[in-house]
Design a protein around this ligand. Structure first.
Ligand code: NAP
Length: 261
């Protein structure tokens, strides 16, 4: 069985590739630039233009669609929505039997522009000719970590203390995706989150402790519908099973108790 993985060189893609090979899949992987790797067949595909797409989907049984261009306005629309449509159409013409799309928990209720595009892409997948599965994951801890770095550039850590998050390890998401791919089309949406729901202030406390930092949290209440959605659990899921690796596990692995102030 051959699977095409889009965005295979990204954070999630790098975790998915060895797991697919381990399950016996022959992997074709896409990137916008030429790459070499003896264990994977790399092909050049640009979803914004459709370059390389017809060749990429030829002779594959399944597609695992991870590619995305977050938070880039019109380019996000071009890649995530129109690019997903191009992919779905090409896969349908090539007779692909299962397309798995990775999305994000909350795309249907948290008013963030990127999420609007992800939701539209889900709808393109569901309306398309290829039997499908959508896996919505919660945020990766690396994303939360990067966000906290950004939020503390000026000294204190800015943020709304009551926002809820449920970080999930991308390696566990990769495993779930491979399992879903192998199980065949769900014709539906599954959610997958981390093992614990954390308030932003608790996440910041643990982050500071791991980094031996005393940066105070400067509370900034996020206004309006967005704030309400984030505080009321728009980014979290009650779905089970969940991943097992916690925010604390990520912090130990990343900072190991030795990070500088
Ligand atoms: N990060 C999170 O917290 C999170 C949580 C839940 C779900 N997700 C979803 O998981 C997926 C993967 O996330 P990630 O963190 O692994 O993202 P990532 O590291 O940014 O990887 C995304 C990949 O998309 C590819 N890409 C970008 N523009 C493209 C274009 N025009 N044509 C073809 N490919 C293009 C890039 O590949 P090249 O540069 O090699 O072309 C890039 O490696 C995304 O769909 C994201 O929405 C992420």
């Amino acid at each position: 069985m051959r699977v095409l993985v889009t965005g295979a060189g990204g954070r999630l893609g790098r975790m998915v590739l060895p797991r697919l090979r381990g399950e016996g899949w022959t992997v074709r992987a896409t990137s916008r630039r030429a790459r070499t790797d003896p264990s994977v067949e790399w092909v050049v595909v640009d979803l914004a233009t459709g370059e390389g797409l017809a060749e990429a989907v030829a002779d594959v049984d399944a597609v695992l669609h991870l590619a995305s261009s977050p938070n880039r306005g019109r380019q996000t629309h071009r890649v995530d929505v129109l690019g997903t449509r191009r992919l779905v159409v090409a896969a349908g013409q090539a007779g692909v039997r299962h397309l798995v799309y990775v999305s994000i928990v909350g795309v249907d209720r948290v008013p963030i522009p990127y999420y609007r595009h992800k939701l539209a892409a889900e709808q393109v997948v569901a309306a398309g000719p290829v039997p499908w599965t959508v896996l919505r994951a919660t945020q990766f801890p690396e994303f939360l970590d990067d966000m906290l770095r950004g939020a503390s550039r000026l000294g204190p850590v800015l943020g709304d203390p009551a926002v809820l998050a449920q970080p999930v390890d991308p390696a566990e998401v990769a495993e779930r995706l491979v399992r879903r791919l192998t199980a065949g089309p769900l014709h539906g949406i599954e959610e997958y989150g981390g093992p614990e729901v954390l308030r932003y202030d608790a996440a910041v406390r643990a982050w500071n402790a791991a980094r031996r930092s005393r940066r105070p949290l400067l509370p900034v209440r996020i206004p309006g519908k967005l704030g309400r959605a984030l505080r009321s659990g728009g980014l979290v899921t009650e779905a089970t099973p969940t991943g097992a690796r916690t925010w604390a596990d990520h912090l130990v692995d990343t900072y190991g108790g030795t990070a500088a102030r």
